[in-house]
Design a protein around this ligand. Structure first.
Ligand code: FNR
Length: 359
């Protein structure tokens, strides 16, 4: 399919499934349990936003403040590993599309392109941190991110271990030789290619710190000046602790249903977390966002922006930079429409809308 023909993100999802090898498709689409992935959709579908009328809101601006500065929309690309699995240029093409749209692009610690190559696109970058190795090594990564001009540091806190992902285990999923985590030691990746089950899980579990604490967040706060975003929060008490430790934002997220599998849909946690932290830190959301209406739902629940996960990979698989551009175009157009239909003239207005959560 041609990315430009896509009328909604579901078209690109079908296009990506047709374009990718089955095991790569499963790596992207899968989760820790089938239920965790599906419940994010069920949760968002149950959020009914009540529109206002006669507000005179015709000229909608989608511009919104995010960690690190203003963006053209309350959107950022979520950190996602190994984007060269989708397209030979991987993260570079996805970042070019984010740059065109004036929204931030998050670079994963498991990026398959170098920070220098991605920074050369001139996109607004956020760097996502996993605790890979010694404190010294992690500090070097943080400083490298700051040197190339990253505007925010996202610490992902919901991966003490990589959850069992049945599709990857069945497929014995491993990275092809052409794709690797370029910020990490090459020999380490090689050592985990051998054996049965998911080589990606073996690699991750051999490398990630299994027992992070808030003390690690405090260390990062001391190592850099970038705004800190703590990603993977579902309990309001943790959101309050994040604010106590100097976080500028939290991402309410269940990692797209790829990690803890027995929880609620992530969208159900936005309201309680917004109530608990008030103005102390910004609230972002991801896990299941597939349309502008979903973005409006998250804003109405109390988020100030959302991260886009799998749809960006669908766009990359279908058409590289153009495919990701189509994804972001559709989301921005749909959001502008949803805002005006709800009587809002900006994303900030959406926080005043009423919400009914049904089933
Ligand atoms: C991810 N995600 C992720 N998160 C993170 O903090 N660091 C990472 O390296 C990755 N890698 C990754 C790879 C792939 C293939 C996927 C699909 C996801 C999680 C991601 O940032 C985000 O939380 C979810 O993707 C959001 O859910 P949706 O929008 O994909 O449903």
């Amino acid at each position: 399919m041609m990315a430009a023909e896509a009328v909604d993100l579901a078209d690109l999802e079908r296009g990506a499934e047709a374009a990718l090898p089955a095991s790569v498709w499963d790596f992207v689409a899968g989760g820790s349990t089938r239920e965790a992935v599906c419940s994010n959709r069920t949760g968002l579908d149950a959020v009914h936003v009540i529109p206002r009328v006669l507000t005179g809101a015709a000229a909608v601006s989608t511009r919104a403040p995010l960690p690190g500065g203003w963006a053209q929309a309350p959107l950022a690309v979520a950190p996602m590993a190994y984007q060269c699995l989708m397209h030979p240029e991987g993260e570079v093409e996805a970042a070019q599309a984010a740059k065109e749209h004036g929204i931030p692009f998050s670079v994963s610690t498991l990026t398959s392109r170098s920070l220098g190559d991605i920074a050369a696109t001139d996109a607004d970058l956020w760097f996502q941190l996993y605790w890979v190795g010694s404190d010294r090594r992690v500090r070097e990564l943080v400083e490298h991110a700051q040197e190339v001009g990253c505007r925010a540091l996202v610490i992902t806190v919901d991966v003490p271990v990589m959850a069992r992902r049945p599709r990857d285990i069945r497929n014995g999923f491993r990275l092809p030789p052409s794709v690797r985590a370029v910020l990490l030691d090459e020999a380490f990746g090689e050592a985990h290619r051998q054996g049965s089950g998911s080589a990606v899980a073996r690699h991750t579990n051999g490398l990630f710190h299994p027992a992070l604490t808030w003390d690690h967040v405090r260390k990062v706060r001391e190592w850099c000046d970038m705004p800190i975003v703590v990603k993977g929060i579902l309990d309001p008490r943790d959101a309050v602790l994040a604010a106590d430790h100097g976080a500028d934002a939290v991402v309410v997220s269940n990692h797209g249903g790829r990690q803890f599998g027995a929880g609620p849909p992530a969208s159900a946690r936005i309201g309680p977390i917004a109530d608990a932290v008030g103005e102390r830190c910004r609230i972002l959301f991801d896990s299941g966002v597939r349309s502008g209406a979903d973005i409006l739902r998250a804003l109405a629940l109390g988020a100030s922006g959302v991260l886009i996960g799998r749809p960006v990979l669908w766009g990359l698989a279908v058409g590289g930079r153009e495919g990701v551009t189509r994804v972001l175009d559709l989301l921005q157009t749909e959001l502008a429409e949803a805002l005006v239909l709800a009587g809002c003239s900006s994303p900030g207005d959406a926080g005043d809308l009423d919400v009914e959560v049904g089933s």
